[in-house]
Design a protein around this ligand. Structure first.
Ligand SMILES: [Zn+2]
Length: 259
């Protein structure tokens, strides 16, 4: 009787180890570093897809801190793809699109407290206007460990504009930010995720290190087509946020390729 139980426990143990190994292998081979996409950290209308309240944002950042995530600069995500050198599991990058004033008011103090790097993608035409970051704000963020990237001059949807306009949007925004910061600007975000193969090649030619879109899609190894995961107030539910930062959120998502 005793032997029978010992044999049964032995078999269960082997099965358990095999399942764990298979799951670990599956996780490792499907893992993609999550790049989170925020817009406004502020109190927006209920159901807004672009607002995360300052309280939810702080809880999400605390979640990353408490659970030992490696919050890495976006530059590292691009470099790791270019060099074929994967980042450790549980790495995350944080980005903000558009350049809203609330990014410095509500998000920056939390990021500073946690010592987390992040990237703000600025629409350069909006600089120094009401509700948007000023030149001085951009310099403060830059000096405080936040990378400033381009989100074009006018938030142009690149698939809908001519090639000359697209080229100017990509290049002039870079020059303006570099003049403000006195430093190279190497990160780019396609407005509304709108990307064509032509726009992608312009971004690379202009000397950017990499670029992000908004569509999650499946894994790809192109640093100029990096998918992001949108965070909204529904991710105030930390279970939802945990899924989004798992590195497997892209599984089962539709692959969206540029036109
Ligand atoms: Zn945008």
């Amino acid at each position: 009787m005793m032997n029978f139980f010992r044999r049964k426990t032995g078999k269960a143990l082997v099965a358990g180890v095999l399942v764990t190994l298979t799951l670990a292998l599956f996780y490792k081979s499907n893992y993609v570093v999550p790049v989170l996409m925020y817009h406004q950290v502020d109190y927006g209308p209920p159901g807004s897809g672009v607002h995360v309240t300052p309280e939810n944002f702080e809880r999400q950042m605390e979640f990353l801190k408490v659970h030992g995530y490696h919050v890495v600069p976006l530059e590292q995500v691009f470099l790791s793809m270019k060099e074929g050198r994967p980042l450790p599991l549980k790495s995350v990058a944080i980005t903000f699109d558009d350049g809203f004033l609330d990014n410095i008011k509500y998000a920056f103090p939390v990021l500073k407290k946690m010592n987390f790097p992040a990237t703000v993608f600025m629409i350069t035409r909006n600089i120094n206007t009401e509700q948007w970051l000023s030149e001085e704000d951009l310099r403060i963020l830059h000096e405080g460990g936040i990378s400033i990237g381009s989100h074009t001059v006018s938030h142009a949807f690149l698939p809908d504009v001519g090639q000359d306009v697209a080229a100017a949007e990509i290049s002039e925004s870079k020059k303006r930010l570099e003049a403000i910061l006195g430093a190279p600007v190497e990160l780019f975000s396609y407005p509304a995720g709108g990307v064509t193969w032509h726009a992608r090649s312009l971004v690379e030619k202009e000397g950017y290190l990499g670029a992000v879109t908004t569509n999650y899609g499946k894994r790809n190894n192109d640093p100029y087509l990096v998918r992001r995961i949108k965070v909204s107030n529904s991710s105030g539910n930390l279970f939802n946020f945990w899924i989004k930062t798992s590195g497997l959120y892209h599984l089962g998502k539709k692959r969206i390729t540029p036109r």
